[in-house]
Design a protein around this ligand. Structure first.
Ligand SMILES: NC(=O)c1ccc[n+]([C@@H]2O[C@H](COP(=O)([O-])OP(=O)(O)OC[C@H]3O[C@@H](n4cnc5c(N)ncnc54)[C@H](O)[C@@H]3O)[C@@H](O)[C@H]2O)c1
Length: 302
């Protein structure tokens, strides 16, 4: 990873931020793309403390009632103690290049073009694109009690951000990667998209989200084929249920239930579980055209 120029869309929080920290600790040069309303600017200012804190510290696990609750359930013999973050390093004096925050909406053609032009100017290359950008809605296709149908605008917005926005970033990343000198194996770059297990087991209310993530799953192979002549690998990660700020907003009881649904390990995914898989995809030159589930064998019910 060391020295690789890495762009993370949706990188100001959650899974994307965990990857920014993980990659940065490995010596990568990180660029975070997120909305102007995100915490991107604050993250850059506080980078030295962020990057030297435990990988999952966006959410303080020691204060996480879910973790405490599960760990305290001594009566349950099958209960597995939830490990805290897998710190790559506990060195508090890490001096690493702070990321660059570039605010842009991935669905906006002009903003994304300007962002990639700036990357070209500032870094002269791009080696890795990790798309973590994504939004979700939970609406039934039709509610018979209220005689109300799924908002068409919400459906289109979700597909626009999750699918079109991801694709917009990919096509511009290819434009920069095309100028990279291939490495000894002929590789110019790596692209990783973030799907979801909802692509396979979409639940009630997830029709739009599942459609968008299913599209990302289906795009993986044709993208890998399209870009094979350039030496660009494309993979996707389909996460299960991860403990990110989005999940932290749910009542503890619900998070406890979700964690207990996972066959093993019996817990929610931690953002650094995701970051370590993204790192592995970048490092393994034979991984291409594949979608990898990362879910502790969780299979969602309806
Ligand atoms: N957290 C989970 O359990 C989980 C499970 C499966 C899949 N995923 C997927 O993983 C990805 C990251 O999830 P997360 O939990 O970290 O979510 P998150 O909401 O914490 O992060 C998503 C980021 O995308 C940014 N974003 C949204 N719209 C954007 C746009 N138009 N342009 C630029 N940035 C935009 C947001 O500002 C935010 O920072 C998403 O694609 C999500 O669907 C998450």
């Amino acid at each position: 990873m060391s020295g690789l120029v890495t762009l993370i869309t949706g990188g100001a929080t959650g899974l994307g931020l965990a990857c920014a920290k993980h990659f940065s600790r490995l010596g990568a040069r990180v660029i975070i793309c997120d909305l102007p309303s995100s915490k991107g600017s604050d993250i850059v200012k506080q980078w030295s403390s962020i990057v030297s804190s435990p990988l999952n510290s966006e959410l303080d696990e020691s204060d996480d009632p879910l973790t405490s609750l599960l760990n305290e359930r001594k009566d349950d013999k099958n209960n597995v103690k939830i490990p805290l973050s897998n710190n790559l390093s506990t060195d508090q004096n890490i001096q690493l290049e702070p990321p660059t925050f570039l605010s842009a909406d991935v669905t906006n053609e002009e903003q994304i073009q300007a962002m990639f032009n700036q990357i070209k100017q500032q870094y002269e290359r791009l080696d890795v694109l990790l798309n973590c950008v994504g939004i979700g809605v939970a609406i039934r296709t039709y509610n018979i009690n209220k005689r109300s149908m799924h908002s068409f605008d919400e459906f289109k917005k979700l597909l626009n951000v999750n699918v079109s926005g991801t694709f917009n970033a990919i096509r511009w990343a290819c434009h920069l990667m095309a100028d990279n000198k291939p490495n000894s194996q002929g590789q110019r770059g790596v692209i990783i998209n973030t799907a979801s297990i909802a692509a396979y087991e979409g639940q009630i209310g997830q029709v739009a989200y599942a459609a968008s993530k299913g599209a990302l799953v289906s795009m993986t192979l044709p993208l890998a084929r399209d870009l094979s002549n350039m030496g660009i690998r494309v993979c996707a990660i389909a996460p299960g249920v991860f403990y990110t700020p989005m999940l932290a907003a749910l009542p503890v009881r619900v998070r406890l239930l979700l964690g207990n649904m996972v066959p093993f390990p019996k817990r929610l995914g931690q953002p650094d579980d995701f970051a370590r898989l993204a790192h592995m995809i970048v490092e393994n030159p034979y991984l291409n055209g594949e979608v990898i589930r990362l879910d502790g064998a969780l299979r969602m019910p309806p």
